[in-house]
Design a protein around this ligand. Structure first.
Ligand code: NAD
Length: 435
């Protein structure tokens, strides 16, 4: 029984459409488990530009900080595309991430058995295969022989977690244009501390999964990547039970589509994580399926390096265990999808699963998170599909048996209310980065 305050930014395009069912699901969770969820609606992005003339009106950041978590649909759209860079809706996103200090973005991507048909890869590619082509990597030790319960493993296709650095790098570096506007620059800068704290989030996630980390960089060209590699080679010593290797980002992009089952946890920079997670999302069937959690340091806990390296596993920093309540920003990884906005076609499951991650990481409500994830599995088991994950017929663009955003959301609420076995489901694929 608890009272939880949630800042809500529905945003633009399909944002409000996918936010509505997520709110319904949270209210159903509240009713079922005896919690009270209070929503503070805030404007950011295009909607805020229209109403207040700026993408992140003053007071929004502080109002979000007053809540336990922030749930966000998506921002942006063609209507605001011609505005100067610092006035565009996406600036609100970057300012929120930076202002809230949410430096680690967790993006799980698993191939669910129910959506195997929606994966564009051939069955042969989904079969287990040995790791290939890592660069200058070194395994601390082989992956655990007995993966944690509920972990799918490579045999089922793939089940990976991308941990993306979120508040540094190219998206936050100096940028500009020459006086005439004919040349432009963006810069990437990373500090050892910024790299290490996100690496530790990834390594801790790996300890709860299949104990494998792949650090993705471009160390053959970029100085920032060389620093990433140095810091990773130091940090991995604190996680002797985790097999660690390194891939250049161009190779990683290829490996994701040629052998996705080799990956467990991928840790990478802001830019590379943005691109690779969109690629991974397509493999799951649709970008509309994928949730994300953006976390900062838990209050009162430090992610600093232990003073002495005893060779033992470092104490859990509480970043991903769900044992500590902490502020987080939760959003599906997709954008505002202007092409389908207002048509009741958007898949709300990525947003609903983001709400489940919020229950887990910000409110410590693991059972409730599992119940939501179980309800999503249940509706997929029953064959409900939004157009993006529906089986395609022979004619391109035509699909069969698809339901709309509202119907899909209502089905998840109903499954949660019925909840025959949602919390205790033994489905082989998990929907959370616990693996
Ligand atoms: P997008 O993710 O909005 O859309 C890409 C494709 O995926 C489109 O075909 C879209 O229809 C489809 N799609 C996305 N979400 C879907 C869902 N839930 N269900 C079914 N199909 C879905 O990416 P984009 O087209 O590059 O960007 C559109 C706008 O969104 C731009 O203004 C961009 O800047 C913004 N954007 C915002 C965020 C964010 O708010 N976090 C993230 C990415 C892009």
């Amino acid at each position: 029984m608890g009272e939880y305050r949630i800042a809500l930014i529905p945003g633009d395009g399909i944002g409000p459409e996918v936010a509505a069912p997520a709110i319904d699901v949270l209210n159903a969770v509240g009713k079922k488990f005896g919690h009270g969820f209070t929503f503070t609606a805030l404007a950011a992005g295009g909607a805020a530009i229209d109403r207040y003339g700026e993408p992140l009106p003053s007071g929004v950041l502080e109002a979000a900080k007053d809540c336990g978590a922030l749930l966000l649909g998506a921002v942006g759209g063609p209507k605001w595309d011609t505005l100067p860079g610092d006035k565009r809706p996406e600036r609100a996103l970057l300012a929120l991430r930076k202002g809230l200090g949410v430096f680690a973005n967790l993006r799980p991507a698993a191939l669910l058995p129910q959506l195997r048909d929606a994966c564009p890869l051939k069955e042969a590619v989904l079969a287990p295969a040995p790791p290939v082509n890592s660069t200058a990597g070194r395994a601390n030790s082989p992956p655990a022989k007995d993966p944690p319960q509920g972990t799918a493993g490579a045999a089922a296709g793939f089940d990976l977690l991308i941990v993306r650095e979120l508040t540094g790098g190219l998206y936050f570096g100096d940028r500009g244009r020459s006086a005439g506007g004919d040349s432009a620059f963006d810069t990437e800068r990373y500090s050892r501390r910024e790299i290490e704290r996100v690496l530790r989030v990834g390594f801790e996630a790996a300890l709860r999964r299949r104990r494998k980390v792949t650090v993705v960089d471009k160390a053959n060209v970029l100085e920032t990547s060389r620093l990433w590699r140095e810091v990773a080679q130091d940090t991995m010593k604190d996680y002797p039970g985790v097999a660690t290797d390194f891939l250049y980002v161009d190779n990683a992009a290829m490996q994701l589509i040629s052998c996705p089952g080799q990956f467990d946890v991928i840790i990478t920079s802001n830019l590379f994580g943005d691109i690779l997670s969109d690629e991974a999302s397509v493999l799951t069937g649709s970008i509309g399926m994928l949730p994300s959690a953006s976390l900062g340091a838990p209050s009162g806990k430090s992610t600093a390096v232990p003073a002495e390296d005893s060779g033992a596993l470092p104490a859990d920093t509480g970043m991903i265990s769900g044992a500590t309540e902490r502020f987080g920003m939760y959003e599906p990884i997709h954008g505002s999808a202007p092409d389908i906005a207002g048509k009741d076609m958007a898949n709300p499951l990525g947003m609903i699963l983001s709400a489940a991650m919020m229950l887990r990481y910000s409110f410590g409500l693991e059972g409730e998170a599992l119940a939501v994830e179980g309800a999503v599995r249940a509706v997929l088991d029953r064959g409900l599909r939004t157009p993006d994950i529906a089986r395609w017929s022979g004619r391109a663009g035509q699909n069969r048996g698809a339901v709309g955003t509202r119907e899909m959301g209502a089905a998840v609420v109903k499954a949660l209310e019925e909840d025959a076995d949602a919390a205790g489901s033994s489905a082989p694929q998990t929907l959370s980065p616990h693996g």
